[in-house]
Design a protein around this ligand. Sequence first.
Ligand code: KIV
Length: 295
Amino acid sequence: MSATPRIPVPESLGDPVPMTLPRLAEKKRLGEPIVMITAYDYPSAQVAQEARVDLVLVGDSGAMTVLGYPSTVPVSTDEMLMLAAAVRRGLKTPLLVGDLPFGSYEASDEQAIATAQRFVKEAGCDAVKLERGGTSAQRARAIVDAGIPVMGHVGLTPQTATALGGYRAQGRTSERALAVARDAFALQEAGCFSIVFEAIPASVAEELVPRLEIPVIGIGAGPATDGQVLVFHDLLGIYDGHAPRFAKRYAEVKSQMVAGVAEYAAEVRSGAFPTAEHTYSIDEDEFERFRVGLA
Ligand code: KIV
């Protein structure tokens, strides 16, 4: 793998301008593809910034990719807030969306508003995301009414994957596809500024996207969505757990990291590191006085 990006960021793009909700809506209207990626810390936020993505999601996928949990379910609001605050510090222009974790918004409108407010006040997020339609659409409306922009998420919703029969594509029967449609329209009606479609047939997305006024960001939903999102660690090959079929790899960073650390370990063991260029010196007279002092 080359050490330099295969597609350098074009200088002709000029300085990036902050992404706003009207600008996002305009992108849908103009048919300009929207680029979203997840990030979970300061360096990944800086990468997203320099690569000029439009939206950054501090996804609860971070539960698995950076915190090592077996699913997204166990991650707490405090853990998500710590990740989101680090991302905020590394980000300037993309819109920052914080993922409300499982159990932090479902119980009541009050709970949903209180958690969303923490993402804005404590972590500096511009917006929050929640999963599913149904009562989640009601929670979305409450958060929007409290002045916080909300992104919806339908199709495969990992927080409730068990109830969906596992991590599998959704909307593959007419009944299930209509259920996805109902959820999407309910979230739009609730005031969401955008929706994620995860793991649904491309043809179902193609029918729904033009019928929805708000931008649809797809992950495993084919090319007809208004934009795409991928998980940072899947895209760069940093995480080697189960990767779904839609997780296209653009780099193999983990193997480069392992190779770097293995070379360091080998050089320490062989004595090849450190050499003079990595060490500090002391004036000879000072050193002599030091030795006398020691004696
Ligand atoms: O948590 C996450 O990373 C997500 C994206 C896959 C949309 O919800």
